[in-house]
Write a protein that binds this ligand. Structure first.
Ligand SMILES: C[S@@+](CC[C@H](N)C(=O)[O-])C[C@H]1O[C@@H](n2cnc3c(N)ncnc32)[C@H](O)[C@@H]1O
Length: 243
């Protein structure tokens, strides 16, 4: 029998919300920067824990168990950096330990990046997909740990990003190994942000010694004041056009 997908036209599914007995609207129409419990940061919309859509997800899904229950400030530090240091359009990006996926959504929205959000905890993905839909972008998701990311995935990626993903001892070794494999596979740039934990500093030291990784202090100004560090690794072996 022919697979259905082969004979159906491609369809973009849009969730509809009933605002009253007579009116049904799409999610991007329902959620705007003026809506209650919604904030706009770096040009993307973000729902807080009191928003109806987030409360629905919380009610119907297990609590994310690996600290993926909120958006962390480190992701905003990377957005701020990328606003000041824009990347080329249409890149393939992996958002490591993506959580609610705001960083990947930012890259998809501002740089037309094809983003895959990778996370060891699948219970973060409903938050990611809802935010992607609200922001009118689509992201792929992949339920796996850092050490399970394959060479094939790295070979087709231009860049890796990750906010607040190096907070346990075992993450240092897993990320060192992933970074080495990524650079050998031709990934051009890696950016990881953190408030400055000891585990992250160990990773940054290792990357400075082996790949010339740079540790940049970074500060977010304004209402959401926050400071921390960005680890930026530019692939020392990457030659333009070499892939
Ligand atoms: C502190 S949260 C940061 C989430 C997101 N990057 C942000 O900035 O909002 C850490 C995320 O890493 C994920 N995580 C933890 N250990 C992981 C591993 N070994 N491999 C992949 N993801 C992992 C967690 O599930 C969680 O979503």
């Amino acid at each position: 029998m022919r697979p259905l997908a082969g004979i159906l036209p491609s369809v973009i599914w849009r969730r509809l919300i009933a605002v009253n007995d007579l009116e049904v609207i799409t999610l991007p129409e329902y959620v705007t920067s003026a809506s209650a419990h919604v904030r706009s940061r770096h040009g993307i919309l973000m729902l807080n824990n009191r928003h109806r859509l987030i409360r629905d997800i919380q009610k119907n899904n297990p609590f994310p168990g690996l600290h993926g229950h909120q958006v962390w400030q480190s992701s905003f530090m990377i957005m701020d950096y990328l606003e000041n240091n824009p990347i080329a359009a249409n890149q393939d990006i992996l958002d490591l330990g993506c959580g609610w996926g705001l960083l990947g959504i930012f890259c998809a929205k501002h740089f037309a990046a094809r983003v895959t959000g990778i996370d060891a905890d699948e219970h973060v993905f409903p938050y990611l997909h809802t935010h992607a839909e609200v922001n009118n972008v689509t992201l792929a998701t992949d339920h796996r740990r850092f050490d399970q990311i394959s060479e094939d995935q790295l070979l087709t990626s231009d860049m890796l990003v990750g906010g607040d993903i190096c907070f346990w001892d075992e993450m240092v070794g897993a990320l060192q190994n992933l970074i080495q494999r990524a650079l050998m596979s031709g990934v051009q740039k890696i950016i990881i942000a953190d408030p400055g934990r000891q585990t992250f500093r160990r990773l940054a030291d290792y990357c400075a010694r082996h790949y010339g990784g740079e540790l940049l202090p970074w500060r977010l100004e304004g209402k959401q004041r926050h400071s921390g560090y960005l680890l930026i690794i530019q692939n020392p072996w990457f030659v333009t056009g070499s892939r």
